[in-house]
Design a protein around this ligand. Structure first.
Ligand code: ZN
Length: 559
């Protein structure tokens, strides 16, 4: 990315973020492949994924993969097409498809899309389709920025494998319905056959490990909760684990930490402290950790990190900051482990609430960026959190709107992180009621528990629960690149104010509090005025406004 100050952490593909930029700037011609990948077309609409059971055997030396992806699905539309779209990216190849354990199914390939010739099935009936596949697998070279299978070596030269595929999609390594809107309602399992000298880990809980007496062992892990396909991930290496039980809001939560064997001592003295602080802060602000049934695992990886559900990737070198850098410029970013906090924040925003379309990814990244600010507030206080949030603002480019086009698997601009976080900080302060704001965040996680959502649903929820029409505010920050200007002046015991450089009807309230006074303004795009005491007027400094609100405050001469 061109912006060195703020790297987008969970975008798997920098190149694709750049592509989004250029596509949005110079209107875009999306291909049929983009539409097939990014929309719910008729070959995807008639069936709903119930489960994935994935069985794989990676070949480290040849960078190949073979396996079977078994998809249990429910027929949801009687007028189903006879085609079922399965996504699997080259160079992997499907070799056989078996329906309900007995019917061999014909298939045809077009790029990354495979159409299976299915018989007609009754609406409401459940079936399973087992898709065998194999071949070379696309390798990530700069994970997690480019997606793919990762064939790394640890510092002792031993194999260390995993996957990072957000944006690019899980179809880069297994056959699936590669669209965020359809999560497996009844969970998923991942069965890994690997050299028996290595440890194989995946999401959720261990089901069994079996030595095959041929130099390999087979290990199965499973989650009971819905999960995004890009979050179902194997980790294979020379791991050691340690575990503990955390007493959380919903009771006992199993925490398991996995580090490379030679980092075990370092991990023991480092990881639990950050994870405990994270859980304390986020359960307070967002509600209970959303996956108690599957536990929480933190797993060391060769790449920076990723929010893999209940099996969070960690590659931040056991150092505070983001690989040793402060994301805020105020020093606060060097006082916690950015990857543990940020990627775990996604358990609530990204994994609990998941957007249906990648274009709405600000819901994942904006709220999770703001989770960093809330974490800083919990641990270091209000001044620290305001500075942290304001400090991340320097990463906003405002070159293209946060939300790109829908239906073509386009992801939002990198601004979705700091601009999303700054928008939420502004909305919070405009409410002037932290209890209400906390309940709003918790309500989002409760109302949309384990669901896929649209940005519009989230926006409507915030307006309803916030008791104010925030639609122009969302439109301003998510759909334009202008930063609103708050023009104001004080005179004769009154304050005069208006917004410019903004969408029609932009109406972000400005609430400022001092030790024993407070002021609430409801600016619009025309001049308004209200009575103000000297103490209230003293609150109206550009610096005060700037730290609480993502607007440009301008003290003007009386017009
Ligand atoms: Zn993220």
């Amino acid at each position: 990315m061109t912006n060195k100050n703020y790297k987008c952490l969970c975008l798997s593909v920098f190149a694709s973020a750049l592509a989004t930029v250029s596509l949005t700037q110079a209107p875009k011609k999306f291909s049929i492949a983009d539409t097939l990948r990014g929309s719910i077309n008729p070959a995807r609409a008639w069936w709903n994924v119930q489960r994935y059971d994935l069985d794989i055997e990676p070949d480290f030396s040849n960078k190949q993969l073979k396996g079977t992806s078994t998809i249990v699905y429910r027929v949801t539309d009687a007028a189903q097409l006879e085609s079922m779209q399965i996504d699997l990216q080259e160079p992997l190849q499907i070799t056989a498809v078996l329906l309900d354990k007995k019917i061999s199914i014909a298939f045809a390939k077009s790029g990354s899309v495979w159409m299976l010739a299915m018989p007609r099935q009754a609406k409401g009936s459940d079936h399973e389709v087992a898709i065998s596949y194999q071949g070379k697998v696309h390798e990530a070279i700069r994970a997690p920025w480019d997606g793919g299978f990762i064939f790394a070596k640890d510092s002792l030269g031993r194999p260390w494998m995993t996957v990072a595929c957000q944006g690019l999609g899980a179809s880069v390594w297994f056959p699936c319905k590669d669209h965020q809107s359809d999560e497996p309602d009844k969970g998923a399992s991942l069965t890994i056959t690997a050299p028996d000298t290595l440890v194989a880990i995946a999401n959720g809980r261990l089901q069994f490990t079996r030595n095959n007496n041929n130099g390999t062992s087979t290990t199965r892990w499973a989650v009971v909760n819905p999960i995004s396909t890009y979050c179902l991930i194997p980790y294979i290496g020379m791991y050691k684990k340690f575990s503990e039980v955390y007493q959380g809001e919903k009771g006992r939560l199993d925490l398991t930490y996995w580090a490379l064997d030679y980092n075990e001592a370092k991990a023991k003295s480092y990881m639990p402290d950050q994870v405990h602080k994270m859980l304390k802060a986020f359960e307070h602000w967002f509600g209970p950790y959303p996956f108690y049934e599957d536990g929480y695992q933190l797993i060391e990886t060769s790449h920076t990190g990723m929010e893999h559900q209940s099996a969070v990737s960690y590659g931040n070198w056991y150092k505070f900051g983001y690989r040793g850098r402060d994301m805020s410029g105020y020093g606060w970013g060097m006082k916690f482990d950015f990857i543990i906090i940020h990627e775990s924040g996604h358990e609530w925003f990204g994994n609990n609430l998941t957007t249906k379309d990648l274009a709405d990814m600000w819901v994942h990244e904006g709220f999770t960026n703001y989770s960093e600010t809330l974490f800083v507030e919990d641990v270091f206080g209000v001044k620290a959190s305001n500075e942290y949030n304001y400090g991340t603002r320097k990463g906003i480019k405002n070159d293209v709107p946060v939300i790109p086009v829908y239906g073509v698997n386009a992801q939002g601009s990198g601004d979705m992180y700091p601009k999303g976080g700054n928008m939420l900080h502004s909305i919070r302060h405009s409410m002037g009621n932290d209890e209400k704001f906390t309940q709003l965040l918790r309500g989002l996680n409760r109302t949309f528990y384990h669901q896929t959502v649209t940005s519009k649903q989230v926006e409507a929820y915030v307006s309803k629960q916030g008791g104010f029409n925030y639609q122009p505010v969302f439109d301003q920050y998510l759909r334009t690149i202008q930063v609103p200007k708050l023009e104001y002046y004080v005179g004769g015991g009154r304050v005069y104010y208006r917004y410019t450089n903004c969408v029609k009807g932009f109406n972000l309230p400005v609430v400022l509090s001092g030790s024993n006074t407070r002021i609430r303004l409801l600016p619009g795009t025309g001049w308004k005025n209200s009575a103000v005491t000297a103490a209230q007027a003293a609150l109206l400094t550009p610096e005060n406004i700037r730290f609480m609100y993502y607007v440009e405050p301008i003290l003007v001469e009386k017009p």
